[in-house]
Design a protein around this ligand. Structure first.
Ligand SMILES: [Zn+2]
Length: 412
């Protein structure tokens, strides 16, 4: 048992019990007021353990803190984690408990309701035999996404404040709301944040890291038809639903989420609705490669033009909004961030592994705003559901990785 074992375990259990579920489709910040419950707790805890410049933005629900440098030189480094939990599964009344020295068998999460988590259904469990797993009672998510990271970051902070003899540069901390509902850390005040580069800590499997995400945009296609009585429609009617169908049939048949992986991009129809009179298609466009991504937009424009030539001009209108860009183009300008991260992970005895993330992260948006922000995994498993769990040893290891990473930045 490492020196951080009890601290990370106690912290995750305590944070998990606070309901911080965010909500989709809510036009306010934060999307749910209850995220302030954890924000207050974290603010008080930061003050108690002696972190400097602790501040809670009472409007936007962002918590800040700084661990001031105690050396000459070094490069300031920041960590950003999110406080909310996903709306995909119940998040209220979470009852975390610990499976000690997991034996590789099925785990009875809830005897009464007969909810069992077995390695047949969740083979990743096999990686954690002998470890201690924080689980749910099978009726809620755990919220290890992303509270496992908060537990590791807080424990790192307490280590520095209680060991002033340990040398480190400036370390900036921020805890943000609404990541799970596309908040993109938009209210993180970069002027207040005491570092110009940072890492987000999110994602599953210990030792994974990401510095490449999708480029993403959202397209709305509107179609105006001509509706007349079906009995006298010949040569006059333009059925919007048919035009919508034509539009969709021009999309490459295998460039869809269900046929792509790794670095392959796609178009994905989110929704179609329509009548003869008017129809609307919502679709998303995704690609890791910036050049291929840039080509996807004109291909939608071309189809729109063609249909507007075939039908009266203005029948089809296309509106494309960029959602986020891959962080890679930004991270490529600070390649040492990935090198140091890899080194810190492997110096702690874990094989660093990277994937091109098939989604976006708060780090994608922060990178675009000028805070380069690769991601280090939090170490949770089966996030967003009732079978979520976090090995205590993964959180402990992440504390070690952070300490090593800080050491590398202190030596700059
Ligand atoms: Zn997350």
């Amino acid at each position: 048992m490492g020196i951080f074992y009890e601290q990370v375990k106690e912290r995750l259990i305590r944070y998990a019990k606070v309901d911080t579920q965010s909500q989709n489709g809510v036009n306010k910040t934060p999307t749910t007021g209850k995220q302030f419950d954890l924000a207050h707790m974290l603010r008080d805890e930061l003050v108690k353990i002696g972190v400097s410049d602790v501040w809670l933005d009472e409007k936007n629900c962002v918590v800040y803190g700084t661990i001031p440098s105690n050396i000459e030189g070094g490069m300031p480094i920041g960590y950003v984690t999110h406080m909310d939990t996903a709306p995909d599964a119940p998040g209220e009344n979470v009852k975390p408990w610990v499976v000690e020295k997991y034996d590789g068998g099925a785990i009875i999460l809830n005897k009464e309701k007969n909810i069992v988590m077995s390695p047949e259904d969740f083979p990743n469990l096999k990686m954690y035999i002998g470890q201690d797993l924080i689980c749910t009672d099978g009726t809620t998510l755990l919220g290890g996404d992303d509270k496992a990271s908060i537990a590791s970051v807080m424990t790192m902070a307490e280590y520095y404040t209680s060991h002033p003899e340990v040398k480190h540069g400036t370390i900036a901390l921020a805890f943000t709301p609404d990541e799970e509902v596309g908040g993109l850390a938009k209210d993180l005040d970069l002027d207040r944040f005491a570092a110009k580069i940072a890492y987000t800590l999110d994602g599953d499997h210990l030792g994974y890291y990401e510095y490449e995400t999708f480029n993403a945009s959202w397209a709305t296609v509107k179609i105006k038809g001509i509706s007349v009585h079906t009995g006298t429609a010949k040569g006059i009617m333009i059925n919007s639903v048919d035009v919508a169908n034509e539009f969709m049939s021009t999309l490459p048949p295998f460039e869809k989420p269900q046929y792509t992986d790794d670095r392959e991009g796609f178009f994905h129809i989110i929704s179609v609705r329509g009548t003869c009179e008017e129809a609307e298609i919502q679709l998303i466009v995704r690609d890791h490669d910036p050049v291929q991504f840039a080509n996807r937009e004109p291909s939608l424009e071309m189809v729109t033009d063609q249909l507007n030539r075939k039908y009266p001009s203005g029948t089809v209108t296309l509106d494309i909004q960029e959602q986020y860009r891959s962080m890679k183009e930004v991270i490529d300008r600070v390649p040492f961030m990935v090198d140091y991260l890899r080194q810190a992970i492997s110096d702690c005895g874990i094989e660093p592994r990277s994937i091109a993330f098939r989604g976006g992260t708060d780090g994608s948006a922060l990178s675009q705003r000028g805070l380069p922000c690769p991601n280090l995994s939090a170490g949770y498993e089966n996030a967003h559901g009732r079978f979520e769990y976090v090995p205590v040893q993964s959180m402990e290891k992440n504390v070690e990785i952070l300490l090593r990473l800080n050491e590398l930045y202190a030596n700059l």
